[in-house]
Design a protein around this ligand. Structure first.
Ligand code: ADP
Length: 159
């Protein structure tokens, strides 16, 4: 029973994140998508809202569960019995950060493996920051996010 976690800020979840989940479910028995409660990062949505949007967007995946955590990713991985950490790699710009994190996490917990998955090329320029910035000025983000996120963004920015 191979279980992995897919940690992130998910502020909010985008179709790029969902592409990575799609790939992870093909490889592992259970994927726990887990929201980081990072107090040093100001977020648009609360942890509860981010969890709710993930639940709704990923409800058709029977082997996917949604969780949240506070603290070290490797501690959370161990707590839930995961063998690995899934991360997405869009471009060379992601590489250095992801590589550093992967090596540090390996140092902290040698038995937890980081798995980097590449999304479809159409998502390589997509991130949550761009979505938030576009939505803030009422730009059309409908092709980048699931319907529940579109609804929440419209409520948040009143358009
Ligand atoms: P974090 O703040 O931990 O980077 P994010 O929610 O921004 O959290 O991203 C979580 C993971 O998903 C990261 O590994 C990131 O590289 C990946 N990711 C984000 N957007 C995309 C995308 N469009 N395509 C593929 N992977 C992505």
């Amino acid at each position: 029973m191979a279980k992995v976690i897919y940690p992130g800020t998910f502020d909010p979840v985008t179709n790029g994140h969902i592409d990575i989940v799609n790939r992870a479910v093909e490889l592992f028995d259970e994927v726990i998508v887990t929201v980081a409660k990072n107090p040093s990062k100001t977020s648009l949505f609360t942890v509860e809202e981010r969890v709710e949007m993930l639940r709704e967007s990923l409800k058709e995946f029977k082997s996917v569960h949604i969780d949240w955590f506070d603290g070290l990713v490797v501690d959370h991985a161990k707590q839930v019995g995961a063998i690995g950490i899934i991360r997405g790699l869009r471009a060379v710009s992601d590489f250095e950060y992801e590589f550093q994190m992967a090596l540090m996490n390996r140092k902290l917990a040698g038995d937890i493996t980081t798995i980097l998955l590449m999304p479809h090329a159409r998502y390589t320029y997509l991130n949550s920051t761009i979505v938030r910035n576009l939505a803030q000025f009422h730009g059309d983000v409908s092709e980048f996010v699931p319907p529940i996120v579109l609804k929440k963004l419209k409520e948040k920015f009143k358009y």
